[in-house]
Write a protein that binds this ligand. Structure first.
Ligand code: NAD
Length: 475
């Protein structure tokens, strides 16, 4: 992290190098991209322990959780890209209408050029290298700004990229917000940002200066509906995992639960039970558990504490948890009930191990509560009512939906991942990630000599009028 306010000359030097190199990449064969992806895959497979160690140092994330949510998803992206790249790169022919009878057309997927990836800290490897895979697959040069909040992981990413790529292909810029701001002054061909909606707005403003396209993977409050006819044990287990894994610092974690009054008591008991079993398996306490990560830093620890205090001051009860230890940013898995809608915890994305449970009687209230807030990144429904599930999906808007589970849709290789408006713009993962980093170029080829269009060129005679009339009416 640098306190030096003067711009890093390396930034503009590498940008110029990459701009030059990006031109060469336009005509390269798929084999070259495959070679770069394979080199990345090999490095990760060989150095898994370095990634695990770094993320543990950053926020005590258990090694197996790193495997599951940082390393495995990136390897899956890599395998998917390696398997499908030639198919993705192939131009797509499109049909011609009668008016275009004399033409043939196709969509060509060209690299955008020099791309910037700005990453968050919460899955610091996955959310930096996942987009990198898509950007390489699409044939771009890439400048990366990992998060300053997870410096150990940023160091590993820097080392990895330095060992595999030339600066003109991929380069890493570690440092704080000032580095990010300096990068954002440049006329990138695309910016892929993952982070908060507030910073997403700053990114979009900076991009607007150069009319740079953006993919914004943002956050927000993902509602989790628990219906009256739910399987309580099943739902409690899945929600406990989705909420408290990564210490609740997951963009698609259940943010709050809307639960039918009739099952609230038994659900909370089951949730407490499942949370103990999963994250405190040895039964000592959560502080000693090796399966429970920490809040990333003191600022976020205090922020979450304040959310809880505000809710309790306004009438909420702590159903369980809220044991704290400031010296290592520890808050035990916490569930709040009787939370008033005017609390900060019901307004702000929680991004920590605290789950408000709000009861309802009438299903229409659920839809109203969700629709009064900005469109979420994810929406979860636990229950067996097909009718209410369908109503919920069709009456609300969200980036994704998961039925009778949570978080899982994030990793599905054939589903687009992303938000809508406040929770994001654009999609990523697999083919959708490849498209995010590609310009879908329309190519039309006309024949020489007779063409259908020539038939309606001026002068605008009666004949032209009749042809246009026919076209409008029948084709
Ligand atoms: P953040 O927005 O604070 O920071 C993200 C990145 O932006 C960091 O690299 C940071 O250095 C940079 N940055 C911060 N302020 C900036 C500014 N003013 N100008 C330019 N760059 C700036 O986000 P975070 O705290 O790292 O991550 C948490 C947020 O990210 C949550 O809202 C979460 O929901 C969201 N998130 C979304 C996804 C997704 O895939 N949709 C995934 C993970 C996290």
């Amino acid at each position: 992290m640098s306190d030096d306010p003067s711009p890093d000359p390396r930034i503009s030097r590498v940008f110029d190098l990459q701009k030059e190199h990006a031109r060469k990449l336009r005509t390269e064969s798929p084999a070259n991209r495959i070679q770069r992806l394979k080199a990345l895959k090999k490095w990760i497979e060989k150095n898994e322990y370095l990634i695990q160690k770094a993320i543990y140092r950053d926020f005590k994330k258990p090694a197996l959780e790193v495997d599951m949510s940082d390393i495995y998803p990136v390897l899956t992206e890599l395998k998917d890209a390696l398997h499908n790249l030639k198919k993705w790169m192939r131009s797509t022919p499109v049909d011609s209408s009668v008016a275009y009878f004399s033409t043939t057309s196709h969509i060509r997927y060209e690299p955008r050029g020099v791309c910037l990836i700005i990453a968050p800290w919460n899955f610091p490897f996955n959310l930096t290298i996942g987009p990198l895979v898509s950007a390489i697959a699409a044939g771009n040069t890439i400048m990366i700004k990992p998060s300053e909040m997870t410096p150990n992981t940023s160091e590993v990413i820097d080392k990895m990229v330095g060992e595999i790529f030339k600066e003109e292909e991929v380069a890493v810029f570690t440092g704080d917000v000032e580095v990010s701001k300096e990068l954002l002054k440049l006329p990138f061909d695309h910016i892929f940002f993952t982070g908060s909606p507030a910073v997403g707005k700053a990114i979009m403003k900076a991009a607007a200066e150069h009319l740079t396209s953006v993919t914004l993977e943002l956050g927000g409050k993902s509602p989790t509906v628990v219906d009256a006819n739910v399987n309580i044990g099943d739902a409690a287990k899945k929600i406990a995992w989705g909420k408290f894994m990564n210490n609740g610092q997951t963009c698609v974690a259940p943010d709050y639960v809307l639960i039918h009054k009739s099952v609230k008591k038994s659900f909370i008991e089951a949730l407490r039970d499942q949370t103990e079993k999963m994250f405190n398996g040895k039964g000592n306490d959560f502080v000693q558990s090796e399966d429970y990560a920490r809040i990333v830093n003191e600022r976020h620890y205090k922020r979450i504490q304040e959310l809880v205090q505000d809710a309790v001051k306004k009438g909420a009860s702590v159903a369980f948890g809220n044991e704290t230890r400031a010296e290592d940013n520890f808050i035990s898995p916490t569930v709040l009930t009787d939370v008033s809608p005017d609390t900060e915890i019901m307004e702000e994305e929680i991004f920590g191990p605290v789950l408000p449970v709000v009861e309802y009687e009438n299903f229409d209230d659920v839809i109203d509560i969700i629709n009064r807030k900005p469109k979420p990144l994810a929406l979860y429904y636990f229950g067996r009512s097909k009718k209410r599930r369908k109503k919920l999906i069709s009456s609300t808007s969200s980036g994704g939906v998961c039925i009778n589970d949570c978080v899982l849709h994030f990793g599905h290789p054939n589903l687009p991942f992303g938000g809508v408006n406040n929770s994001g713009i654009g999609k990523s993962h697999g083919k959708y990630g490849f498209l995010a980093f590609s310009n879908e170029k329309a190519v039309l080829k006309q024949r020489v000599g007779f063409t259908t269009t020539k038939m309606v060129y001026p002068p605008y005679t009666k004949r032209v009028r009749s042809i246009l009339h026919l076209l409008k009416r029948y084709f």
